[in-house]
Design a protein around this ligand. Structure first.
Ligand code: SAH
Length: 264
């Protein structure tokens, strides 16, 4: 069903086209279809993953920045045509399409914007019950890692504050055209039942980012800039380094910092 020549991979758009049908299908199967009727695929390219989404009992939208890929999709997937959004995912106001309704996200998207994709997902978590995506393997592992791990960091804590994160499987370079230099990893985020936090969310982001900017230091040192009371800074938790704190402990810490700042 090829009506058009293949899209030429463009480096500046991070294009690595998957050319293994069974892996594309396996990625599509990571969606559980629980709690939504609509999915948005980021960066469909020539639609290797899209065609498996179109087989499901779900409405598929795609967002693609590349004109040539959009033209390819329009001529090869006629039913999809009205639901192709030719935009930059990072800049587009998704509610122009979804109008406040829930939708899942899926994609094999460029590595260089993958963490920004996660941050945008976190911002829109009220509408996004599930997210499956392919990342550089190390980034996928980092997002899913737990306290005590060397790769545990900002993205792990902030993602897991709202989502359960599962590393699903690894994908080798040779199934892409052109092959990337690194392994890839597919993960799934499932929004927690209760994803409203008991603490100030902006403050949590600030505490986590500030603490991990100096990950070798104790919280007592790294959080100095927050002007906390000496009383609070004597708490044993401030003798720890950020990688030792679980997500729950970061939330508790933020609550006590919030109270401390109020007391001033
Ligand atoms: N999913 C396809 C293509 C992977 S390459 C496959 O597996 O074969 C990554 C795709 O993301 C490319 O099609 C690229 O054009 C697209 N892309 C890159 N930056 C984007 C952005 N900011 N918004 C939407 N799509 C983007």
């Amino acid at each position: 069903m090829e009506n058009q020549h293949q899209v030429k991979a463009k480096k500046f758009l991070g294009q690595h086209f998957l050319n293994d049908e069974s892996i594309a299908q396996k990625i599509a199967e990571t969606l559980t279809l629980n709690g939504y009727k609509t999915v948005l695929e980021i960066g469909p390219g020539m639609g290797v993953l899209t065609k498996y989404l179109l087989e499901k009992k779900i409405t598929t939208h795609v967002i693609e920045i590349d004109r040539e890929s959009v033209e390819y999709l329009q001529s090869n997937y006629l039913n999809l045509a009205p639901r192709i959004i030719e935009k930059d995912f990072l800049k587009y106001d998704l509610n122009e399409t979804f109008k406040g309704e829930p939708f899942a996200i899926i994609g094999n998207f460029p590595y260089n914007i993958s963490t920004q994709i996660v941050f945008k997902t976190l911002e829109m978590r009220h509408q996004i019950p599930e997210f499956s995506g392919m990342f550089q393997k190390e980034v996928a592992a980092r997002i899913c890692s737990k306290e005590g791990s060397k790769v545990y960091g900002i993205l792990s804590v902030l993602t897991q504050a709202f989502y359960d994160a599962e590393y699903l499987f690894t994908v080798p370079p040779n199934v892409f055209n052109p092959p990337p230099k690194v392994d890839s990893g597919v993960l799934r985020l499932t929004r927690k039942k209760d994803y409203t936090l008991p603490c100030d969310e902006k403050l949590l982001f600030k505490v986590v980012k500030t603490a991990f900017q100096q990950r070798r230091k104790t919280l007592r040192n790294s959080l100095k800039t927050l002007n906390l009371s000496n009383n609070l800074r004597e708490d044993v938790i401030f003798g720890k380094r950020p990688e030792q704190l679980s997500v729950e402990q970061f939330i508790e810490l933020t609550t006590s910092i919030e109270n401390d700042l109020k007391d001033e």
